[in-house]
Structures are given as structure tokens and as C-alpha cells.
Design a protein around this ligand. Structure first.
Ligand code: 1PR
Length: 525
């Protein structure tokens, strides 16, 4: 029996699913005494540190947690659940007391690399631990965080990881274990770790293990554009420059849950679902994507992103819902990140116009509660060609190697809303910068001109956006062969590459892309 501490923020669904898959039984903490009664306690924390500590105080969990931990009973803290063991965090300005079981604190990443640190990275095991039993020596785990622990005492360090510099990625003292990475999102290796925690009788015993860190990898993301077809069935579809109809019918390339399962088995590092008609329908109305997420997260243990229709909404009976409520429902159903498209454009326009953060936008509200890493901005830009930069003074204009139809040598990237149907007077670079300022943690950079063309990514667009922000950028649209992935990682510093059509049509399997990248000395999982 595993007791799961769910304090109400973030995705505990995946952790629960992983335990159930391993045959474990779960009891959720509903009152302080459940913590003291636990035989093994699992604390998955996601989101914002200050918010987590505040909730732990409000629910009166601090005291029983300290008592449980001081008795050295089995404990596994994930991400914030590990950070909470220390004395405080730079992310918490409230002055609320943390658990303080271990001496040391939590500090923000200070690096020129993209922050949050999102993706698969290796670990160096500093001491033997039964929780790592059976884990492959070159394994990678999934990280997503902007802060890391700095223990005062070396003896608690279980693993370190290198992201620009070496930081402590897990700790163990007696039966108390904590990982910065997410085992529940780290495929088979992570599942093995959880299995060891659940089933190993003596967590303290020393077993010979040898795990040596491999580096941070570029991510390959499979994207599933989902919508109802003309018969009302939810299908994965794929467009040519966002036109998903062929001979009048919505293209049907498979069922979302099945395809996601296939991509997980084939080695996708993440899976993204985009409800492409979400701008019309209200996501909480008939909840098709919620069902997709719940089913997918039962068997898929890599990060899941969901986009489409995330915005404030008033239904036809006058009842209002906030974007935060929509996102909360998605996180509870198994999503790790939400992706905002159209709403982000309106929010950025307002922010640029007023120069003020309202604090009320979906980006600000969701990142405040769930953390920046949980908020992805999906940008749908189109090229606008101009003869001279003076023709588009307001916008970020680039000189292009691919001139326009009238031989225009320059272009800017105009943002669109509602899946490319409406153009707005804001460019992709300005949008990305504004959203980063407001608290977004990652950019999913599509390109309508390239979408479905198999002609390669728009490298000029990716370079322009990547150079303007510090948060990770996912290159999307246009992948047609393995070479395109090598090209995007060699010629731009994109953090991840996303593709849809070539995977759906089984033209290039994910593993072949990864093997080819590895052959070209690009680190992959
Ligand atoms: O505006 O917040 O409701 O979100 C809607 C979301 O749906 C946005 O993320 C938007 O990008 C997406 N979307 C809307 N319409 C379409 C469409 O195709 N008609 N799909 C659409 C966008 C783009 C990529 C695609 C890549 C890779 N799809 O996700 O998967 O271009 O394709 P490829 O590898 O086959 O070239 P909101």
C-alpha cells in the first residue's frame, strides 16, 4: 500500500497510474493523520514551490510530514516533493517554513542554457542504492524544473546531473529518497525506480550498481492533431498548411489513444495532443480530450502536453469558466503541460499595448499555480514577404534565403489565431518574448507555410525566435526525413523537434530518426 500525497496542484494521475500498473495499491492523503499512518509515502510535487508550501501549511501537513520523516519511514519525494525536504527555496518569498529535514536550500538555475531545464538527462550515481537496482547504466530520466537543490551535506547526495554545470539530481538518507527528475515520466527506467521503492523491503541496503551519466538529449516529440470528423468520431488528422480536409472530408489517420500508445513504444520523448477545433468548442463541454488523456496516461509514461481551447469561457447558460479551471481539469486527467495558442496572441497584444501585466491572463494564472514549465505557447505563424525592412517597421523582419513570389528578399512571421484562419498584427518573435515575460515555460513553434510539406523545418524562423528567448523552443512543421532533424539541431539551437505527418503515415519511424541523430553525434535518449 502506497500513500500518495496529492496537495492539489500538478499531475499526480501519472504517478498513480504507474503504481497501479506495478500492482501497487494507492491510498490518497485526505487528512493529516493519513501521513503518520502511511507505510510508504510518495510525494509528487509539481509547479510552484511557494504555492506548495502554502498548501502544506493550510492542510496542516507540515507537522505530520516532519514526524514521519524524522522516524525514517519510507518516503519518495519527486521534484518539489524532494525540494520540500530542504530549508527553503529562492522560489518562495513568503517566509513560510519548509520541512527542513535536510540542511541546504533550493536555488534557481544560473546558466546561459534554456531554463526551465526540460528534457531527458543522465545521472551519475554517487552511492549504491537499491532504488537504482536493475536500471541501465546509461539511462536518462525526464527533468522539468527551473530550480535545483543545493544540499549543505554531501552525504545525502545520491546522484548528480550535468546541465551546463553539475547539480544534485537525487538524494537519499536512510529510507528517505528524493529525485528532481520524474520517474513516472521517464519510461521504463523510471517505472523500475518506482517498482524498487514499492517492492524492495530494505531501501537502505547496499547493492552494487553502476550508473554513469550520459548527457542532455534533444527531444523528439510526436504530435497528434485531434478533432471530430464528419461522423462525429474523434480522430487524429493532419493538414497541408493547416487544411486537414481531403476531397471535402477530414483526413482520418487513426485513433488518438492508440496512436499515442504506439509512439510511446516507438521511443517518443513526449507526446502532444492538439485539439485543433478547440477554439470553437468548449473543452469541458463533452470532454473528449479529457477522456483521451485519462486513457493515454494509464499506459504512456512520458510527458503529455494538451492544447486547444484553453481560455476563459462563458457557456450558453451564462456560466463562466476560467482558463485555469480548464487547465486544472487537464492536469488532473494526466497532462503534464498545457499549450495555449489563440489566447496567447490576444494576451501578448494587450501586454505589448499596455506594457502592464494584468496578473489575470491564462498564462500568468496557470504558471503561478502549476509552474512555468507547465505552460507551453503554441505559435502558428505565416510568412509575410516584404521588399525592405522599412515595409514592416513594427515587426521583426529577417533577410531570407528563400525570397517571396515577387522576389522579396525579406519577411516577417505573422501570428494567427483559430488554427491559421485569422491573421493578427503581431509577429512570432514579439509573441514569444511577451509570453516568456508573462510566465510561459516553452515555445511550440509551428509554421503554417511548412506544415505538412515534408520540406524541412523553417530554420530562419526557429533561429529568430530561439535567439529572442531563454525558454526552450520546440521546432515544428515540415519534417520529411531523418536529415531534417539533423539539420534543425545542427543549424539552430532548438531544444526539441516535433513532427506529425511522417510518423502517422509510417514514413519514418521515431527510432530511425533517433538512430540517425545519434550517428550524427547528436545526443538522444
Ligand atoms: O488556439 O489555443 O485553441 O489551440 C489550437 C491548437 O491547434 C494550436 O496549437 C494550433 O497550432 C493547433 N491547430 C489549429 N488548427 C490546426 C490545423 O492544422 N488546422 N494544428 C492546428 C497545428 C501544427 C503542428 C503540426 C506540425 C507538424 N498543427 O502541431 O503537428 O505542423 O506537422 P508535420 O510534421 O506533418 O509538418 P488554441
Amino acid at each position: 500500500m502506497i500513500t500518495l500525497l496529492d496537495y492539489g496542484a500538478g499531475n499526480v494521475r501519472s504517478v498513480a497510474n504507474a503504481i497501479e500498473k506495478l500492482g501497487g495499491k494507492i491510498k490518497f492523503v485526505t487528512r493529516p493523520s493519513d501521513i503518520l499512518d502511511a507505510q510508504k509515502l510518495l510525494f509528487p510535487g509539481v509547479g510552484n514551490y511557494e504555492n506548495m508550501i502554502k498548501i502544506l501549511h493550510e492542510k496542516d501537513y507540515i507537522h505530520p510530514l516532519r514526524e514521519y520523516l524524522k522516524a525514517d519511514k519510507p518516503f519518495f519525494g519527486i521534484c518539489l516533493g524532494m525540494q520540500a525536504l530542504f530549508e527553503g527555496s529562492e522560489e518562495d518569498l513568503s517566509g513560510n517554513e519548509s520541512l527542513g529535514i535536510f540542511k541546504g536550500s533550493v536555488k534557481q538555475f544560473r546558466t546561459k542554457l534554456a531554463v526551465p531545464h526540460i528534457g531527458w538527462n543522465g545521472v551519475n550515481l554517487r552511492k549504491d542504492s537499491p532504488v537504482f537496482k536493475g536500471v541501465a547504466h546509461d539511462t536518462k530520466f525526464y527533468f522539468v524544473h527551473s530550480y535545483h537543490i543545493v544540499p549543505a551535506n554531501e552525504s545525502v547526495v545520491l546522484t548528480t546531473t550535468t546541465y551546463d554545470y553539475e547539480f544534485v539530481s537525487s538524494v537519499q538518507k536512510g529510507n528517505i529518497i528524493g529525485t528532481q527528475f520524474h520517474p513516472e515520466k521517464s519510461g521504463n527506467s523510471g517505472i523500475k525506480l518506482l517498482k524498487n521503492f514499492i517492492y524492495q523491503k530494505d531501501l537502505k541496503s547496499r547493492k552494487k550498481v553502476n550508473i554513469k551519466g550520459t548527457g542532455f538529449s534533444k527531444r523528439i516529440i510526436a504530435c497528434l492533431d485531434v478533432r471530430a470528423n464528419d461522423n462525429g468520431d474523434l480522430v487524429v488528422t493532419k493538414g497541408d498548411q493547416y487544411d486537414v480536409r481531403q476531397k471535402g472530408n477530414v483526413r482520418n489517420l487513426g485513433k488518438p489513444v492508440e496512436l499515442a500508445g504506439r509512439y510511446y513504444k516507438e521511443g517518443a520523448d513526449e507526446i502532444t495532443f492538439l485539439n485543433i477545433t478547440g477554439f470553437r468548442d468548449f473543452p469541458l463541454k463533452d470532454m473528449p480530450m479529457i477522456d483521451v488523456l485519462e486513457k493515454t496516461s494509464r499506459n504512456v509514461f512520458v510527458p503529455l502536453t494538451i492544447g486547444g481551447g484553453i481560455r476563459d469561457y462563458t457557456d450558453n447558460k451564462g456560466k463562466s469558466y476560467t482558463a485555469l479551471e480548464v487547465a486544472a481539469r487537464y492536469f488532473r486527467s494526466g497532462a503534464d503541460k498545457i499549450s495555449i495558442g489563440s489566447d496567447a496572441v490576444y494576451i501578448a497584444e494587450e501586454y505589448i499595448k499596455t506594457g502592464k501585466k494584468s496578473g489575470k491572463s491564462s498564462i500568468e494564472q496557470i504558471s503561478r499555480i502549476y509552474g512555468n514549465q507547465a505552460v507551453v505557447i503554441s505559435i502558428d505563424p505565416k510568412r509575410v514577404y516584404v521588399h525592405s525592412p522599412c515595409d514592416a517597421k513594427k515587426h521583426h523582419v529577417i533577410k531570407t534565403d528563400f525570397p517571396g513570389p515577387d522576389n522579396e528578399a525579406y519577411c516577417w512571421y505573422q501570428c494567427t489565431v483559430q488554427g491559421g484562419r485569422i491573421t493578427r498584427d503581431i509577429d512570432a518573435v514579439a509573441l514569444a518574448k511577451a509570453c516568456q515575460d508573462l510566465g510561459a515555460g516553452e515555445i511550440l513553434l509551428n509554421c503554417i507555410d511548412k506544415d505538412g510539406t515534408n520540406s524541412g523545418f523553417d530554420l530562419e524562423l526557429i533561429l529568430a525566435v530561439k535567439n529572442a528567448v531563454l525558454i526552450p523552443v520546440i521546432a515544428s512543421s515540415g519534417a520529411g526525413c531523418e536529415d531534417h532533424f539533423v539539420e534543425v539541431f545542427e543549424k539552430t539551437n532548438a531544444d526539441a523537434a516535433l513532427a506529425a505527418g511522417i510518423f502517422h503515415r509510417k514514413e519514418v519511424p521515431i527510432q530511425r530518426v533517433k538512430d540517425y541523430l545519434a550517428k550524427n553525434k547528436i545526443e538522444v535518449r
